[in-house]
Design a protein around this ligand. Sequence first.
Ligand code: NDP
Length: 400
Amino acid sequence: MGRALIIGCGGVASVAIHKCCQNSDVFEEICIASRTVSKCDALKAKLEPTTKTKITTAKVNADSVNELIELINAYKPDVVLNLALPYQDLKIMDACLATKTHYVDTANYEPEDTAKFEYSWQWAYREKFEKAGITALLGSGFDPGVTGVFSAYAMKHHFDEINYIDILDCNGGDHGYPFATNFNPEINIREVSAKGSYWEKGKWVETEPMEIKRVYNFEGVGEKDMYLLHHEELESLALNIKGIERIRFFMTFGQSYLTHLKCLENVGMTSIEPIIYEGKEIIPLQFLKAVLPDPASLGERTRGKTNIGCIFIGKKDGKEKKYYLYNVCDHQECYREVGSQAISYTTGVPAMIGAMLVMTGVWNKAGVHNIEEFDPDPFMDALNKWGLPWKESFDPVLVD
Ligand code: NDP
């Protein structure tokens, strides 16, 4: 049916590529293009004997719009799936505009020198994408991604208005290291060491990092401490879901992770301000990334489950209603299937699904759109089919 160009070949991309290769009727051809082409070649060699999908590889520096345009013009994909880092989003969008190619990503743009993520930069491309007649689908991972699809599904099938959303992201997995991150350490640490915030009654309420803590009992995992964070989907859901009064995002962290993070912060290792070390400029957080375990190597060691979902409170036919949609995913089952842990899996599967729906024209809306702006039903069906079945509850325990 089509041909996709996948940029990046890290933890998330590896899962998305495995899934494209399981879905050869749709992804007839893929090109894996990244900075380190040897990783692309190794994955191609592993997957080629198992799939009908025709795989090619390419070296690309996604910080260069010209290199990207050259590659897109040479390969002529129907969609570009951006699984590099958030720093590259705008460059890849520019290249998609220049070549009139659909665009899908999983994380919103973040300037490399400021730990700040928001949609304004990508939303500024709305008119240009509309005029070019191409789609940019923003945030097709799990959170953002499935959380937006869950919200659109709840709105479509269960509510007249949704007043409260709590997004709960629980990783009950244990990799046995005192400290490691489950996806790109630099992006992960920038996210969790930032101030928290939530949306209430039309404005942002800011908190200190990890200031708000709750305890929740997650199916498949058990009781966990979770902390309020700022997260990008809060921004788009606040605009796109009718009746919203408050949206919060909570993520679970173990005590060992938090103690290590605090210590690294206190000694300056999480800073993104350049320092001179032995005559060379280095960024402490990038140095820290280099000494931490590669998230892609955690798969074999990680035991336990993730449980990520949304609790909705709203109104249907004048009555108050509660609804919880969530997915439970097992780290070891993911590893057996695709050689990755569940964090990469829960992001890579939705990335493949988003690219599929855009590429096949099932989701066809020119412009720059967040995932909850599309019909959720085909995505919800695909989650069940491609490894992330969802569950629902009409009487969930609420978060105070
Ligand atoms: P990794 O660090 O494992 O992989 C990133 C890949 O991008 C690497 O292959 C890297 O190449 C490549 N890359 C980086 N810079 C460039 C460049 N300039 N040109 C070409 N390729 C480049 O990251 P993850 O797989 O963990 O994360 C990928 C994305 O997924 C991130 O944007 C992250 O924020 C997002 N994410 C989204 C989630 C969600 O639920 N929505 C959850 C988790 C992650 P090299 O091998 O040379 O380093």
